[in-house]
Design a protein around this ligand. Structure first.
Ligand code: HMG
Ligand code: MG
Length: 378
């Protein structure tokens, strides 16, 4: 097969719902996360802590997080939940919610990732301060107390907990940050320049890692911008990817926000990233399917060695600040594609198809997944 294993990052509860105009009850959002957790997915982006004036739909993300912590979703294996953050206020709100939640799960947020020598060759960022003796720079009042409970490495403590605790850890939580490859989109989406984004995220990443929450980073409009056109400079994307990895990002999600990307532009972008020294194992691709090219671009990315792909059940999604952009590539379509290629995702096509059918019905939209509709019609 082209790939043995492919990791799908389900962004439906965040990217999928953020652009819906009618208010969706927090219970529906939580139920979506709970259903997705049962399908075999490993990673779910469950909400965002952005300014509610900018994206009102995501205002209830604290309720979703509280619910997950106090009553952990059932899942066949531990799940990593991601929370999109635009600034340090978002991180503070995420950590406050964690502190205030009644965590009955034995949920051991791993302590900060030790500064393992990077196999990638990116210069590693300075060590995260140990939360146990955190200095004045850290806002300890908003830190997760669970993060302070162990001095062993994250991996060790998780393994230990699994061995000794009958209620093994079912969840980990990570931050995701986002910036843009064009100045116009940066201004529209986050009201700041690209450089100001980098300056904003540097302290956020240090604090998040120190609190035990690794950080993934999105680069928006990597294959075209709604305001500057289809020719985003791939070297700008590569420079940003390197900077974010140097700042400590665990993964770069390269986003085709507008869905303008094509097989040739995707190929060119991936070649440029490789030539700049970015390793494909540090990359995820985030395709919106506005022009119907997402599966083709996924195949090109697979051929270039990428093994992590973002997707949204039912093909939900769209960025409120990218006019006309439609949903993410559907989870069902990616599962079907990977299955045809012999690449294992661990995700049940039948189960995600049922969820896609349910959630699009709940919010009164057509099911955007061809594979999902076909599976349901069987
Ligand atoms: P701003 O207006 O410049 O910020 O927005 P500000 O610091 O002046 O604050 C304005 C108000 O927002 C203040 O409240 C702040 O307290 C509040 P007021 O005093 O007026 O009552 N505020 C917050 N409240 C809650 N949580 C926060 C927060 N921050 C400020 N975190 C800002 C700047 C970055 C905050 C804003 O532009 C923003 O939130 N943007 C997010 C937009 C967004 O969520 N877009 C969609 C997600 S990105 C996406 O979809 C792309 C992706 O899928 C990849 C791809 O496809 O490209 C990831
Ligand atoms: Mg998106």
């Amino acid at each position: 097969p082209l790939a043995d294993h492919v990791r799908l990052v389900e962004v439906g509860p965040r990217d999928g719902l953020q652009n819906e105009k009618q208010s969706i009850p927090a219970e529906t959002k939580t139920e979506l996360v709970r259903r997705l957790a049962r399908t075999g997915l490993e990673t779910i982006e469950a909400g965002s802590f952005v300014a509610p004036k900018w994206v009102p739909q995501m205002a209830a993300s604290d309720q979703v997080l509280s619910s997950i912590l106090s009553n952990p979703p059932t899942s066949p294996h531990p799940i990593t939940y991601q929370w999109l953050l635009p600034n340090s206020k978002g991180l503070d709100n995420m950590l406050k919610t964690m502190n205030n939640s009644n965590s009955s799960s034995g949920y051991p947020t791993p302590p900060p990732s030790p500064n393992m020598p990077s196999s990638s060759g990116y210069p590693t960022p300075p060590p995260s301060p140990d939360p146990q003796d955190s200095g004045p720079a850290l806002n300890t009042s908003s830190m997760d107390p669970n993060a302070m409970s162990s001095s062993t490495s994250g991996v060790d403590s998780m393994t230990q907990a699994r061995r000794t605790n009958t209620s093994a850890p079912t969840q980990k939580h990570e931050a995701s940050i986002f910036l843009a490859a064009t100045e116009s989109f940066s201004k529209k989406n986050t009201n700041c320049t690209i450089q100001e984004s980098l300056d904003r995220f540097a302290p956020l990443m240090t604090s998040s890692r120190a609190a035990g929450h690794p950080v993934r980073a999105y680069i928006s409009v990597a294959l075209g911008c709604p305001f500057e056109g289809p020719d985003t400079n791939p070297h700008t994307v590569a420079d940003l990817a390197i900077k974010l990895l140097e700042m400590g990002a665990t993964e770069i999600s390269v986003a085709d926000t507008t869905g303008m990307g094509t097989a040739p532009t995707t190929r060119k972008l991936l070649q440029t990233l490789k030539e700049a020294g970015v390793l494909t194992e540090d990359l995820a691709m985030h395709f919106h399917d506005t022009f119907g090219q997402a599966l083709v671009n996924t195949l090109v990315s697979l051929e270039h060695g990428v093994r992590t792909f973002d997707c949204a059940v039912g093909g939900l999604g769209g960025c409120p600040y990218s006019p006309g952009a439609t949903g993410n590539v559907a989870t069902e379509d990616l599962v079907y594609l990977m299955r045809s290629l012999g690449a294992e995702t661990g995700v049940s096509l039948e189960e995600v198809s049922r969820i896609g059918d349910w959630i699009t019905g709940e919010i009164g939209k057509g099911n955007g997944s061809s594979a999902g509709r076909a599976t349901m019609a069987r």
